[in-house]
Design a protein. Sequence first.
Length: 177
Amino acid sequence: MNKLKRVINVVLGLIYVIAALIIMLIRDEGYLIVLMILAASLLVYSVKQIIYYLTMARYMVGGGIIFVEGVILFDLALLSFLVNSIPQQYVMIYLLFYYVLSGVISILRAVEAAKMHAPGWFFKLIRGIVIILIAIAGMLFSGSAATVSLIYAIGLIYSAVLRFITAFRKEETVLVM
């Protein structure tokens, strides 16, 4: 990991911690803040994927999948921006479903990394399991928006800690001659 990626991980970790603190302070309306953070991150990622397709991936094998992924995520981002007008329970279900999906994707990436004997697959597996456990806790204690907001804030702090660990972890340097 180069120095720029390390700095980006630290900055994103700090943003996660600040967002978690804001959500903890405004618990009753915190789920709307969570929703806007989710929508903004989906929008940025989807635009990044579409630009990547337009500049490079259209010439690659399987590049069309990147374009389709970008369009679907763009659609999800727009849905996330518009979902604040529906009842609160449905918004919380949507957020928890998104969190479970994130955990499942982390687990699938870990399994794929383990098949290729890549380092760090166990770290990804634990991350996915913890994310799913946080989402299950959110489902079990979904009686109020404040509780779900608190659980999501804990998840954000967990993600921030993982970003800090990733940024400051020493990695082997491979010398190719």
